[in-house]
Design a protein around this ligand. Structure first.
Ligand SMILES: Nc1nc2c(ncn2[C@@H]2O[C@H](COP(=O)(O)OP(=O)(O)OP(=O)(O)O)[C@@H](O)[C@H]2O)c(=O)[nH]1
Ligand SMILES: [Mg+2]
Length: 207
């Protein structure tokens, strides 16, 4: 497997400029216009960038800065490329999430399983997003499972009301952690990567 990773962070105030810059900075697979992206969304601090880094490079990034805009990552396998687009989870960037849904092959939604107070907020945004697209496949990462306070995935399933995401939609939930000492659970992230590749291939073939 060949991996290629590229990231770009920009401020919300220069959104248009950011798009232009994104066009300049993105890896080759983004230059193919018909390619759609795998959207990676979720509240700030949930672990989106950390997961993407792990998916791309199989290792944990030590210090992760909040994403101030976009973080584009391209992972190349032997037969295809997967284009991931994280949009920052801080308040100013959330209004851009929905704009990118129509360009999404599938939605990866990341939550901090230990941040109980903000789960209702995460649920609200998730349901707003999926409400606008009844078929977009959904992969939820219940992240930070290493933390003592983390909710089990069954509780996350309930807290996010995942039973209400719609019968026509493919939906998957993974309990993940991105930590250096985890030897077992990170393999779940690799399983998730394989599943995402499979779903993305299916969706691309349908497009
Ligand atoms: N304990 C623990 N910390 C994690 C895990 N994943 C990420 N973190 C930490 O959580 C913090 C936020 O992670 P990010 O990956 O920047 O979160 P994000 O969702 O990209 O946040 P924004 O870019 O602001 O939207 C960082 O300090 C990470 O090191 C995890 O599984 N367990
Ligand atoms: Mg980020």
């Amino acid at each position: 497997m060949k991996l290629f990773c590229c990231a770009s962070n920009r401020k919300a105030s220069s959104f248009k400029l950011c798009l232009v810059r994104l066009g300049l900075l993105v890896p080759p697979c983004f230059t193919q216009e018909k390619n759609k992206q795998i959207l990676v969304l979720g509240l700030d601090g949930a672990g989106k960038t950390s997961i993407l880094h792990f998916l791309a490079l199989n290792r944990v990034q030590r210090s992760v800065a909040p994403t101030q805009g976009f973080n584009a990552v391209c992972i190349s396998t032997e037969d295809r490329q997967m284009e991931f687009l994280e949009i920052g989870g801080s308040e100013p960037f959330r209004s851009y999430w929905e704009m990118y849904l129509s360009r999404g092959l599938l939605l990866v939604f990341v939550v901090d399983s230990a941040d109980h107070k903000r789960l209702p907020e995460a649920k609200k945004y998730l349901h707003q997003l999926i409400g606008t697209n009844p078929v977009l496949p959904l992969v939820v990462f219940a992240n930070k499972q290493d933390l003592e306070a983390a909710y089990h995935i069954t509780d996350i399933h309930e807290a996010l009301a995942l039973s209400e995401v719609g019968n026509d939609r493919k939906m998957f939930l993974f309990g993940t952690q991105v930590t250096e000492d985890g030897s077992e659970i990170p393999s779940i992230i690799q399983d998730a990567r394989d599943l995402i590749a499979h779903l993305a291939a299916d969706m691309s073939d349908q497009a």
